[in-house]
Write a protein that binds this ligand. Structure first.
Ligand SMILES: NC(=O)c1ccc[n+]([C@@H]2O[C@H](COP(=O)([O-])OP(=O)(O)OC[C@H]3O[C@@H](n4cnc5c(N)ncnc54)[C@H](O)[C@@H]3O)[C@@H](O)[C@H]2O)c1
Length: 371
């Protein structure tokens, strides 16, 4: 019988870095592995469909109680639970809060995250981790993975909308996944943020990065485009702006035109999760409804787009679905983020930490109070 003593690792941000959380090439490979498991169905997420992104604590716009936070765009707490199979066989939960005013008012990142991983059989906690880098890395790496499977192999230009932390992780990953890239154009409403972005990443990747003055300049004629703006604005990517054969890969919110949706390869992170967003969204009062990619759902409901024409990235990674990489058809990748990604990367970093003796042991008990 195994010991009933219970201790888990605590990994601070410094420990996470020492244990390899910033290794983007490795992270893209781990996302590839996690998406292949997703493609064959060896996972479980929370909620009644087993495909919920997570559960949101969403404050009212006008709270009736003193001290209760006020609701607003990118203002939330969120818990993302799930299980990932394959060689992982672990459960995990990411818990975070987001306040879009944090950088300006408090010198803190917009979102602050922690991650726990548990043995799936006994529920024994394995680790509690600082998860800001972990989460940003997996978000970027998934965008990189979309470029690995979807971008044309002759892609030379990348347009980046928003110069925040998430766009930095995404650009790090795209640059790794598309070695033919020669030029990156960056647009942010905060020009200083765009300049800092270009200085920091241009030097790191030794690639030409330029600040551009408008959204259009960062989109028109680009081979790959990514966007991660926060706040209440939702950009519209007009059909005419998007080049033949280009990849629009979106970790952030965006609108596209119907004509684009009808003509592009549509590749979500998980269509089942996107459908669950809709089921859960319809339960909210109309003025509080926020269903990602509702336009796509409407086209599917009207029969204009067949579900069979929507190819999950995991199915492409697992070889179950195919797109023609060389074709002129445009590719539209939508990513809302899944706990499976966090679990895969958390397990990798945790195993490194155990092997190298990094982090503190937190003892929960020597003997459980009651069994
Ligand atoms: N899909 C996923 O898995 C995933 C994971 C994490 C975050 N996100 C999303 O990514 C987004 C960005 O996250 P972040 O942490 O980098 O946010 P952030 O607030 O730190 O940075 C966002 C940047 O967007 C810029 N911006 C705002 N409005 C703009 C506009 N209209 N045009 C151009 N730039 C604009 C801001 O100036 C800022 O530099 C968030 O909305 C978040 O929900 C997605």
């Amino acid at each position: 019988m195994s010991s009933s003593r219970l201790a888990m690792k605590f990994l601070s941000q410094k420990d996470m870095i020492e244990a390899g959380v910033t290794d983007m090439s490795q992270c893209i490979d781990l996302m590839d592995e996690a998406f292949k498991l997703l493609g064959v169905g060896d996972y479980v997420m929370g909620g009644s469909t087993r495909n919920s992104h997570g559960q949101r604590v969403w404050f009212p716009k006008e709270p009736k109680f003193e001290g209760m936070p006020k609701g607003g765009p990118d203002q939330r707490f969120m818990s993302l639970p799930g299980y990932l199979g394959g060689r992982f066989k672990v459960c995990g939960n990411k818990w975070y809060g987001s306040n879009v005013n944090n950088p300006k008012n408090h010198g803190l990142p917009r979102s602050i995250l922690t991650m726990t991983i548990n043995d799936a059989e006994t529920a024994r906690p394995l680790a509690l981790m600082e998860a800001n880098i972990l989460s940003g890395m997996r978000t970027g790496a998934v965008v990189g993975l979309s470029a690995r499977y979807l971008a044309r192999e002759d892609s030379e230009t990348l347009g980046v909308i928003a110069a925040g932390p998430i766009s930095k992780f995404c650009t790090d990953a795209i640059v790794k996944a598309v070695p033919s890239l020669k030029k990156v154009s960056v647009f942010d409403i905060n020009k200083e943020a765009a300049s800092t972005f270009c200085e920091e990443l241009g030097e790191r990747h030794n690639i030409d990065m330029t600040v551009v003055d408008s959204f259009e300049d960062a989109v028109k004629g680009q081979d790959v485009i990514t966007s991660a703006i926060s706040g209440d604005h939702t950009p519209l990517f007009e059909d005419i702006m998007l080049k033949e054969g280009s990849l629009l890969t979106l970790p952030g919110r965006a609108n596209v035109e119907e004509s684009y949706l009808r003509s592009a390869y549509i590749v979500p992170d998980s269509w089942e999760m996107q459908k669950t967003y809709k089921i859960e969204g319809l339960m909210l009062p109309e003025d509080e409804r926020a269903i990602p990619h509702i336009q796509l759902h409407n086209l599917v409901d009207s029969g204009d787009i067949q579900e069979s024409d929507i190819h999950d990235l995991g199915k492409i990674a697992a070889g179950i679905a195919k797109i023609d990489r060389a074709s002129d058809k445009r590719r539209y990748f939508i990513s809302n983020g899944m706990i499976l990604q966090d679990i895969a990367w958390a397990m990798h970093v945790y195993e490194n930490a155990v092997e190298k003796g990094i982090g503190q042991d937190l003892v929960m008990w020597d003997q459980p109070y009651r069994v």
